[in-house]
Design a protein around this ligand. Structure first.
Ligand code: SAH
Length: 487
């Protein structure tokens, strides 16, 4: 796979651009170049009437005749080959390459040194879309979507801000304050006023937004749940927080795909805790939050799943509150929900489970303090977090407490991600199955009759892997009566 194209907007104002070809395709290119203020020179033996008219009006220069490489030698900045003869187009591309001039060959991505993107134009706002020549249809489709997302008011807004730019910069010398002003502005009524064709009121609203935005930054922390690793699970609120962040303190479970969606120049600090490799202590995390918030930055504390489900979010808020730092909490999709959904396991089901327990199996202490008889009760679903290392002990304790050995389980490894694996079986096979399939963290254990539904309801990634021994895999517990007997 070739390296991707470098996106670029070129200033062609007053610059000579050679267009080889005199047909309708060349005419379209010439028109776009004229719009950008370029001075097209069109080389061709004949011109279609539209080009002829432009030549007659003195808006383009006509180089009459067959292509000659000399056409590229007189102050040309850019070259477009738009003839219908492949050999001529290739000759133009070769001549341009030899002179290190950027060339676009119409409909030939391979010969082109620059591509012309699909564009959404809203006054000075231009959104360019490219697929690197791979799939122009996709680019056109994306453009149609953007056309509906960004109406003409966006062009007027861009124009308005452009006109007031110097004033805004002078008013907000601090970059963070300026960013807050723009967020405030774009959330406010300006766009709507422009849509309603009230430019004077829009100006006034902009003036008001400048007055409203406090000049000194007050730092804050947003506790954000990032979901189980698949970026599609971010909420709109999480995405907004990521776009406004100055600093992101993120856990190890937060994947690269999520971090890529954050504001480009936000500082990213990994503060993961892990059994292996370097870890950051909870005290160090607290100290980092405090340091950056006190420096007036917007800190996003980004956690896997939800911050309040086995995420120590509570401790972090208590610390922030004790130190007078403002905070917000944005919920995320916790691993139990993400894994269940992507494994096809309804956590509750009128026929099988009326309650759901989220359990941590993190440390030996927690295994000892758990209420095992309650966990062995019928008609419920158990979800164990952080349990990979403790599966044998979980299995033993549950059997001891009286949970039937035939209770179905599903182990979901890397749930909702492209490398998701699901292992299913019954309680007596649990530890052996995990060993056989080498199940690793992060993985979630779902126990209860609903776990067997994965065999039929799975839809994401591969089908569940079978348990350790050759015993028939747990059949779908359809008639509820049989199930009640089993429990
Ligand atoms: N706050 C997080 C949980 C943190 S504890 C949340 O709400 O999801 C970490 C545990 O979550 C892991 O040991 C694992 O059991 C579970 N987990 C997190 N992401 C997971 C994933 N993509 N697949 C399976 N389990 C996951």
């Amino acid at each position: 796979m070739d390296a991707p194209l470098f996106p670029l907007f070129a200033d062609l104002n007053g610059r000579a651009v050679l267009v080889v070809g005199g047909g309708t395709v060349a005419a379209r290119k010439v028109e776009a170049l004229l719009d950008a203020g370029a001075r097209p020179r069109v080389g061709a033996p004949r011109l279609v009437p539209a080009l002829q008219a432009l030549a007659d009006a003195g808006r383009i220069d006509w180089l009459r005749g067959a292509f000659s490489p000399r056409w590229l030698d007189s102050g040309i900045w850019l070259v477009v080959a738009a003839t219908d003869a492949a050999a001529v187009n290739r000759a133009v591309a070769d001549a341009a390459d030899a002179r290190r001039l950027f060339v676009n060959v119409v409909d030939d991505a391979r010969l082109s040194r620059f591509h012309v993107p699909a564009v959404v134009e809203r006054g000075p706002l231009r959104i360019a879309i490219s697929t690197g020549g791979a799939a122009p249809m996709v680019a056109r489709h994306v453009r149609r979507r953007l056309e509906t997302l960004f109406d003409s008011a966006w062009g007027q807004l861009t124009e308005l801000i452009g006109r007031r730019r110097d004033g805004i910069r002078a008013h907000f010398t601090d970059l963070a304050a300026r960013r807050r002003f723009f967020d405030h502005l774009l959330d406010g009524p300006v766009l709507d006023l422009l849509r309603r064709r009230r430019p004077a009121e829009a100006e006034a609203a902009l003036q008001q937004a400048m007055a409203d935005t406090p000049p000194a930054a007050a730092g804050s922390v947003v506790l954000v749940g990032a979901g189980a690793g698949n970026p599609d699970q971010l909420t709109l609120a999480a995405l907004r927080a990521l776009n406004q962040a100055d600093v992101i303190l993120h856990d190890r479970l937060v994947g690269a795909g999520v971090l890529r969606l954050a504001r480009r120049d936000a500082e990213r600090i990994a503060v993961g805790k892990s059994a292996r490799g370097p870890s950051t202590s909870q005290e160090q995390i607290h100290a980092l939050m405090l340091e950056h918030a006190r420096a007036g930055r917007r800190v996003v504390r980004l956690k896997g799943g939800d911050a309040f489900v086995f995420g120590r979010g509570g401790e972090e808020l208590q610390f922030l509150r004790a130190h007078g730092i403002a905070y917000e909490v944005i919920p995320g999709i916790t691993a139990a929900l993400a894994c269940a959904a992507h494994a096809g396991i309804p956590l509750t089901h009128r026929d099988h489970a009326q309650q759901l327990r989220l359990v941590t199996a993190h440390c030996r202490d927690s295994l000892d303090t758990l209420d095992w008889p309650a966990l062995a009760a019928p008609r419920q679903t158990l979800v164990f977090y952080m349990g990979v290392a403790a599966l044998a002990r979980i299995q033993a304790r549950l059997l001891e407490a009286g949970l039937p050995a035939a209770t179905p389980f599903a182990l979901v490894e890397n749930g909702s991600r492209s490398d998701q694996r699901v292992v299913s079986g019954t309680l007596r096979q649990l530890a052996d199955s995990a060993l056989r399939h080498d199940v690793r963290s992060p993985a979630l254990l779902i126990l209860g009759d609903v776990a067997a539904l994965a065999t039929d309801l799975h839809w994401f990634g591969a089908a569940p892997l079978p348990a350790a021994d050759d015993a028939p895999s747990p059949s779908l517990p359809t008639p509820p009566t049989t199930l009640a007997d089993a429990a």
